[in-house]
Design a protein around this ligand. Structure first.
Ligand SMILES: Cc1cc2nc3c(=O)[nH]c(=O)nc-3n(C[C@H](O)[C@H](O)[C@H](O)COP(=O)(O)O)c2cc1C
Length: 213
């Protein structure tokens, strides 16, 4: 990733800024998905967890509505989540085998730190912050958390799946009608490493608006 400095950056402080930019680039590049089955203990300690959670609060938030929230799933609550995963699978596939149900349950017990990311969408049609903005803000908050976890040396992954939209999960997390479960955030110690995927280049996703003649 090119993290060159703008020419207007004054000479004084240039070295410091350049090294900050290089560090930020290295951090962004270093983040990669480490699937929950490869996330082992230890997870973040209390101080690290607070740092991760504070990073979410630095996300852009139009109108300062805090259009997201995160629900930590501590070890003692994992069994209830496991039952929701199994129940959701059984509802989708009544022929699911005992082994498949056990696999679904096991997903709740993998990552040392597990959080549900919830978007708080507009509670009423009159609310001025549209859902698109709220979802973008949620994505920024989640990425902030992933980056801090990476800087702390942890592996992380976002996971989704059909159970996210199930009535059982909505009930377990007491989601309001205007709230949407977005994904789980999994954080822990990477038990093994994998090659990072080749990232797309700006040419793959950037264009410029043609001036109107
Ligand atoms: C909202 C969201 C949900 C995701 N859910 C899953 C998932 O259920 N299972 C999975 O293997 N990866 C999931 N991912 C991770 C992507 O597969 C991963 O980010 C992508 O492959 C790019 O790899 P990287 O994160 O290492 O750059 C999810 C990503 C996002 C943004």
């Amino acid at each position: 990733m090119d993290c060159g400095l703008h020419a207007s950056v004054p000479t004084v402080g240039r070295v410091e800024l350049a090294s900050s930019a290089a560090r930020a680039c290295a951090l962004i590049e270093a983040r990669q998905t480490v699937l929950p089955k490869r996330l082992a203990a230890p997870g973040p300690d209390e101080g690290q967890l607070q740092q991760i959670l504070r990073a979410a609060g630095a996300a852009p938030d139009h109108g300062e509505r805090i259009p997201w929230r995160f629900v930590i799933v501590p070890p003692l609550a994992r069994t209830a989540l496991a039952e929701v995963f199994a129940q959701s699978l059984a509802e989708r596939d009544p022929a699911a085998t005992a082994q498949q149900l056990a696999q679904a349950r096991e997903k709740a017990h993998r990552a040392p730190l597990l959080m549900l990311a919830v978007a708080r969408l507009a509670p009423t049609a009159a609310d001025k912050a549209p859902d698109d903005e709220r979802l973008v803000s949620a994505g920024c908050a989640i990425q902030n958390m992933l980056l801090i976890a990476t800087a702390q040396g942890f592996g992380s992954a976002l996971t989704s799946g059909k159970a996210l939209q199930s009535p059982g999960l909505r009930a377990l997390f007491a989601l309001k009608a205007y709230e949407r479960a977005l994904c789980f955030i999994n954080i822990g110690t990477a038990a093994s490493s994998r090659l990072r995927r080749a990232r797309p280049l700006p040419a793959d996703y950037v264009s410029a608006l043609e001036p109107i003649p």
